[in-house]
Design a protein around this ligand. Sequence first.
Ligand code: FRU
Length: 470
Amino acid sequence: MKETAEGKYRHRFHIKPPEGWLNDPNGTCYFNGQYHIFFQYSPNSPEGAGGRFWGHCVSKDLAHFTFVDTPIVTDTSWDSDGAYSGGAYTGDGILEIYYTGNVKHAGNYDYINEGRDHNVIRVDFADGIHPGPKQLILTNADYPSDLSCHVRDPKVFKEDNCFYMLLGMRSRSSKGGLLLLRSVDRLHWESAKEIYPEDDFGYMLECPDFFDIDGSTVVSFCPQGMKHETDRFQNTYESGYCLSDHKTAATDLNQLISIDGFREWDIGFDFYAPQTFKAPDGRRILIGWAGVPDSGYGNDPAIAEGWQHSLTLPREISVRNGILYTYPVKELEKRRERKVLGFGLVNKAAGEQNILGSELTGGAWDLEISTADIENGLILSLNDDLKLWKDKDRLTLGFTSDAGCRRSERRARLLNGRVERLRLVFDRSLLEIYVNLGEIVFTTRYYPSDPDRIMVFLRSVISAEGWGIV
Ligand code: FRU
């Protein structure tokens, strides 16, 4: 892989663009002996200008990723203004990709109800690496007439011997919804259902996903235009899921969707447009874009290095006692090497609290911490940059310096009011914080002045262990 971008904030073990811009993960799957993670890619500009293509990464172990190439570019009249997001279907022995071709017509249009095409294009990768010819599968004329031009991000799946495609959409009256289509051969599709949530999720839903896990069904989507609240929905656009406690058919998925039941995948500053896929051993894995469109905060130090954005770690989804958790796949542990922190049981008492202060070197590390629960106060800080504190059942992550590039504070509600476990994974300018084994996750870009030397301070520690990641 030719990596043109370099610099002190470049990640070591997260998927990042070789240079330029990256956004949504696409076409995630396991096929032909390896994992495939495609992504929205603009190689020519870290700000995302100059064409939106698909980059492609592969991995044998979900821990090391290799960039392959840029297999989908905008070389037809069906996708001339962007090869937008889409998914993979691998049930027939080849890797089929379905994505949105974005076309903007020249003229005086609003590009919402007029002037834009969102086509579904299929490309087969028979060997998983080389794309075959593009096939035009659907155009806006195939969608119901009450929809705006914004109908995108297809996800194809099979249920009860029928194939379904789920798309995000915006109606002509600016209500966000999902469009379900049905097919017997995955080439000819007919409309099965327009799904408009009863609750107000805003004007557009993007990047849908739908799957079963441990007897439950999950529908995932990214609403734009939701009302912000104090402890949730704090980003410009949201990304979350609704979970049922029983298996629900695709045609009934509207029954799953409510604002009360909508939980965010990640409550941090930088998370959007995730996709899931199944590992060969049956695990359901989630991977998201560690970014949010139109966020108002920046990544200036990465841009100065010639790149912007990355994908989160692959996270295993599990449902226990009706609660969904996401946690780094166990394969990451294979990359743990030297210890950067090791305290079996901390017994340095300061008042009633066990305090731990330590310098973490190497710029890429993974810490696991058990804490004694506290009612109120500081739990963790990194340098004088970033703090995590608790106020009863509210947990707040806040920047106290400009190492957040204009990021401020994000708050979450703990389900049982306690913080017992923390995991921090840091990769030079990306931090993922997993609370209580993934009950809550905060993902944020973080630009410390020296990623190789970070002071960590922990309060109420019972034990703490950490490793460098190589
Ligand atoms: C989400 C999104 C998708 C679209 C893609 C374009 O971030 O807006 O809806 O397909 O990005 O890059």
